[in-house]
Design a protein around this ligand. Structure first.
Ligand SMILES: *[C@@H]1O[C@H](CO)[C@@H](O)[C@H](O)[C@H]1NC(C)=O
Ligand SMILES: [Mn+2]
Length: 431
């Protein structure tokens, strides 16, 4: 096996936080490699790029240089625990279509202390940021803490049969800078006939960095890469990624590059649908197929104000200057619910917050709870029309107020015909 480490910033994590860390990548790195290779010829191969290629193409160029039958792709800021490799090699030897992640512990970035993490599978949310997941029920039922944990996706460090990795399509080299490739690989491997697992007996420790050095604006790259995944792999569920990022499905203004080769790969490998993947490999993921409109919600009386979930510590929605970030995400469903704030990623996370009429006051209450208590959580809304509670018949409206600097506040009152607009309507004509 060959281990490929990405040396974005430093080859020695002990020096990672020093200001001159990038100097470590110049002569000092060359000296280290030459010295090592003088004792063990050919032990380290180093690939330098003449321009920034980003994490994704860098991993692939490392793979292109490797010759051993099994390849491990890791961040530079990890340390390997004793005996980490053997269980992984065994699993790959039994079945070369398995892509394997070790279990992660955390190295605290400021003290380098090790923090043990619970055993986890690896998944993602609808923005396609990776996340640790509780292992699936089937694993807990085995009652064997050493058993492999089936995993929907990958955090990003993994071990793979070198030639199988090529057969399955490497990583998406059309992705830029950072993010999404780990999720794409997991989805693709499952949809195209392989498998992904985390091994409890293979442990590494990884620094969760306070700052990633690649670029000022990591998020815009993650978003772009996520849209590539959505367009190639997610079929009708691609709307969920656009909804989570709160961007329109048509004319988003985001250039995702050419995905035709990735689509051809999917066809060539005769891969299954994303619905199959969700139902069978990632049942914890929440589906939002009943969402018919999303975006920020504005009242025509005051166009620079948006409905906003308000401070975290209460459940009182407010009006706030429009910024379009997560607290102002609004989702309207075919069941006439209005969800406000973060789109809850999995069924194990907190529930979504629903707008509810509680004694003529607007409140945000967990949708499941509000439903079970038969609260007034249904709203009749059409684009450019009023927002009227189905039961109380009161309307969500703006009233003049001196309580805040905006001149208006929210009220539930007898309808006066105010008009509301939401940014994106799915399924034309439904609203
Ligand atoms: C638990 O899982 C490990 C790894 O798959 C296996 O080697 C071991 O035999 C299992 N133990 C039991 C009691 O089934
Ligand atoms: Mn990392």
């Amino acid at each position: 096996m060959v281990v490929i480490c990405l040396l974005h910033v430093a080859f020695n994590i002990r020096r990672y936080l020093q200001k001159e860390a990038k100097d470590e990548l110049k002569e000092k790195l060359q000296d280290f490699v030459s010295h090592t290779n003088s004792q063990r010829p050919g032990f380290i191969k180093m690939v330098r790029h003449s321009k920034q290629e980003g994490l994704i193409r860098s991993r692939v160029s490392g793979w292109r240089t490797a010759t051993a039958p099994v390849v491990a792709l890791f961040d530079a800021h990890v340390e390997f625990n004793v005996g980490w490799a053997e269980p992984i090699l065994q699993r790959i030897k039994e079945d070369r279509t398995r892509i394997i992640s070790p279990s992660f512990d955390n190295i605290k970035y400021d003290t380098f202390e090790i923090e043990e993490y619970p055993l986890s599978a690896q998944g993602f949310d609808w923005e396609l940021w990776c996340r640790y997941l509780n292992p699936p029920k089937s694993w807990w039922h085995k009652g064997n803490k050493s058993a492999p944990i089936q995993s929907p996706a990958l955090i990003g460090c993994f071990v793979v049969d070198r030639l199988y990795f090529e057969e399955i399509g490497l990583l998406d080299e059309g992705m830029e800078v950072y993010g999404g490739e780990n999720v794409e690989l997991g989805i693709r491997v499952w949809q195209c006939g392989g498998s992904v697992e985390v091994l409890p007996c293979a442990r590494i420790a990884h620094i969760e960095r306070a700052h990633k050095p690649y670029t000022e604006d990591l998020t815009s790259h993650v978003r772009r890469n996520a849209l590539r995944v959505a367009e190639v792999w997610m079929d009708e569920f691609k709307s969920h990624v656009y909804m989570a990022w709160n961007i329109p499905m048509e004319d988003s203004g985001i250039d995702i590059g050419d995905v035709s080769e990735r689509k051809a790969l999917r066809k060539r490998l005769q891969c299954k649908t994303f619905r199959w993947y969700l139902v069978n490999m990632y049942p914890e993921m929440r589906m939002y197929s009943d969402t018919i409109a999303y975006g920020v919600l504005k009242n025509s009386l005051k166009n620079d104000l948006c409905l906003d979930q308000g401070p975290d510590n209460d459940n009182i929605p407010i009006l706030y200057l429009c910024h379009g970030m997560t607290p102002q995400n609004v989702y309207y469903t075919s069941t006439q619910q209005l969800h406000i704030g973060l789109l809850s990623p999995t069924v194990d996370d907190d529930d979504n917050k629903c707008l509810v009429d509680v004694n003529s006051r607007t409140r945000l209450i967990e949708c499941g709870y509000a439903t079970s208590k038969r609260m007034k959580l249904h709203w009749i809304f059409t684009q450019g029309g009023s927002i009227q509670n189905k039961k109380s018949k009161r309307c969500l409206e703006l009233v003049v107020s001196s309580d805040n600097e905006f001149g208006y506040k929210l009220a539930l009152q007898k309808c006066t015909g105010q008009k509301w607009f939401i940014t994106n309507v799915l399924f034309n004509g439904a609203l």
